[in-house]
Design a binder for this molecule. Structure first.
Ligand code: PLP
Length: 365
């Protein structure tokens, strides 16, 4: 019996996610120590101490199911941003929210629009649901929003936009996003994925929550995985109209966010000091890398995230391998159709320096 033929139509065309090896395993294989990982846009400072304390306080309650409604976390999010708790949907990471939105709105043959070089989860979930994937060619590696608008048809159900975008780091301005939303028909859902918003300068941010009043078709997705350092716990939140939140919450698994994640997120979301430190370190590290690339004549896409994408103008795989042998893990992007590119996450100052030293050595700079 071949079970491939029994799988749902959309699933047949999917290829499995290529996961990296654990660091300990790589150290053993390569016979080296002190590997640094600048590959997954994780927080180089680790868990905020405030979150660690909150987790410890939860350890005696782990035999109980989590609070399905995430009462305290929603209170904290609502208070921080001046929202109603009823506008919030919680996700097991924002990946879960991206999937929840697709399950809620997109069925077979519905059109889902997203960008070339957009976040890989958008085509993945659209394909799994056998929806029609409408991929818009990127412009300067970023979202070509006027082209998105031209691609909308009566069959369009959903649009995904990552801003800043991963893996390219490109950014659509507040004016571009507002212009775009003004032209999207109200029956089309727009999921604005702001996983890296905390790394953008406050004065250039899109007022995405403010836009909800005018555009009830908008859903804003945020995560605690990046600036808040909770990637391993898996928690994110979506903000929308209460009506859409109600729909998403019908589809959501009641216990999709675990107790430790909820406790940690409640503490972390209030920890402005931690996020300020993270953003400042990122600003300096990003500048260091981009200045270096400028100096050496290397091509890159100016980034607004906690990572930068380098265009090596030659196959990146051997350089990726050479970095790996020197104990520096970065992210190759051939799976995104970017075979000459590497994505480097911003780390601690000494990690950024080590990456530059090893890269210079490999490229003979
Ligand atoms: C990292 C990332 C996310 C968040 O993932 P989590 O599931 O919350 O860990 C969402 N969107 C984009 C574009 C990302 O890069």
């Amino acid at each position: 019996m071949q079970y491939l033929d029994r799988a749902n139509a959309g699933v047949k065309a999917l290829s499995p996610y290529q996961a990296g090896k654990p660091i300990e395993e790589l150290e053993r294989e390569l016979g080296i120590k002190n590997i640094i990982k600048l590959a997954s846009n994780e927080n180089p400072f680790g868990l905020p101490p405030s979150a660690k304390k909150a987790i410890q306080a939860q350890l005696d309650n782990l035999h109980l199911y989590p609070d399905s409604n995430g009462f305290y976390f929603k209170q904290a999010v609502a208070k921080k941003f001046g929202l109603q708790p009823e506008q919030i949907t919680l996700g097991n990471g924002s990946n879960d929210l991206i999937e929840l939105i697709a399950h809620t709105f997109a069925s077979e043959q519905d059109e889902v629009i997203y960008s070339q070089y957009g976040f890989i989860v958008y085509p993945l979930i659209s394909q799994a649901l056998n929806a029609r994937r409408v991929e818009i060619p990127a412009k300067n590696y970023g979202n070509d929003l006027p082209a998105f608008l031209k691609a909308i048809t009566p069959n369009t159900k959903l649009i995904y936009i990552a801003n800043p975008n991963n893996p390219t780091g490109s950014f659509s301005s507040a004016v571009e996003i507002a212009d775009f939303l003004a032209q999207v028909p109200p029956q089309v859902i727009v999921a604005l994925d702001e996983a890296y918003v905390e790394f953008t300068e406050p004065n250039e941010r899109v007022d995405s929550f403010g836009l909800l009043a005018k555009y009830p078709n908008l859903i804003v997705c945020r995560t605690l995985s990046k600036a808040y350092g909770l990637a391993g716990l898996r928690i994110g939140y979506a903000i929308s109209s209460t009506e859409i939140a109600g729909l998403l919450n019908r589809v959501r698994q009641p216990f999709n966010c675990n107790s430790l994640a909820l406790a940690a997120a409640t503490a972390a979301i209030q920890d402005d000091e931690f996020v300020a430190k993270v953003a400042e370190n990122n600003r300096i590290g990003l500048q260091l890398l981009q200045n270096f690339f400028d100096e050496k004549g290397l091509r890159y896409v100016p980034s607004k995230g906690n990572f930068v994408m380098l265009d090596l103008q030659q196959p990146a795989a051997p350089i990726y391998q050479a970095l790996l042998r020197k104990g520096v893990i970065v992210r190759p992007l051939a799976g995104y159709g970017l075979p000459n590119h590497l994505r480097i996450s911003i780390g601690l100052p000494e990690e950024n320096q080590r990456f530059l030293t090893e890269l210079s050595d490999i490229l003979g700079l």
